[in-house]
Design a protein around this ligand. Structure first.
Ligand code: SAM
Length: 247
């Protein structure tokens, strides 16, 4: 059977196993609420199972739906918020660190006239469903900006770019995926290294943003932090805005 030709960009599902597990265990708890005995005796303690399963199931399913809302709707608003934090000229060299299927990369490229946007990724399918350079390339073509974009397959902790290569660096939900701290710090140091004096790095994540901010401040950048829209992003996302001084 022939596959239908993809006609619209598909920005994928972030952390698909996390979303699946939230739905799975949430549903299981609700089923247990109606099928398990109401009370169990653990030695001298009576445990009421029904409220425990109802609350846990409700909590997990609420998280699952909020995350699904971010994946399907909220992340587009979050992309627009991130990109609105820079005043675009059109001639910028842009880097998207952990571009995944090109959400920020394509959005940034649409602001460019003579500039160029580079997406860097290791294409982890754990972090993003259907992640692959070919899937991102297809999205860039469908968005009509493939000619302004390049994809680079390598880790953020060891970038091939020369010092001071980019005017704007963006990154969303990437750096926390580097679990070991020294490697993560290398990635943040690489971001500071390849940013041009006068350039801005805008890094969004659901945790560790204080760590990124502290390191970038120590690297001599002027750093502020702000929240994303709490109604559109789940888990709530924080944004580090780091400007490299002109020396
Ligand atoms: C949750 S996805 C987010 C993708 C995209 N930024 C977005 O907002 O749609 C995280 C991305 O970071 C990438 N990633 C994880 N570790 C990385 C590393 N060390 N270097 C570069 N990319 C990495 C993953 O492959 C994945 O595409």
């Amino acid at each position: 059977m022939t596959q239908p030709l993809q006609s619209k960009p598909d920005y994928g599902i972030d952390a698909p196993a996390v979303l699946r597990n939230l739905f799975l265990f949430g549903t299981l708890c609700i089923i247990l609420r109606f099928t398990a005995p109401r009370l169990v005796h653990l030695g001298s303690i009576d445990v009421l199972l029904h409220p425990m399963f109802a609350w846990t199931g409700g909590f997990l399913l609420a998280e699952a739906f909020l995350f699904l809302y971010y994946v399907k709707v909220g992340k587009f608003g979050h992309r627009d918020l991130i990109l609105s934090l820079h005043t675009w000229r059109g001639d910028e060299q842009v880097l998207d660190v952990g571009c995944g299927r090109g959400l920020l990369l394509a959005g940034a490229a649409k602001h460019l006239t003579t500039g160029h946007a580079t997406g860097l990724d290791i294409w982890s399918t754990t972090d993003m469903g259907g992640n692959a350079a070919a899937a991102t390339e297809r999205n860039l073509q469908l968005e009509g900006i493939a000619d302004r974009c390049t994809l680079v397959s390598e880790g953020a902790q060891a970038m091939r770019f020369a010092d001071a290569s980019f005017n704007v660096i963006v990154s969303n939900l990437c750096l926390h995926n580097i679990y070991d701290r020294p490697t993560r710090q290398k990635a943040v140091a690489e971001i500071a290294r390849v940013l041009k004096p006068g350039g801005v790095a805008i890094l969004s994540d659901y945790k560790l943003t204080a760590e990124y901010a502290q390191q970038l401040t120590a690297e001599g950048l002027a750093v502020t932090r702000r929240w994303g829209n709490p109604l559109a992003t789940f888990p709530p996302l924080r944004i580090v805005i780091a400007r490299k001084p002109i020396v």
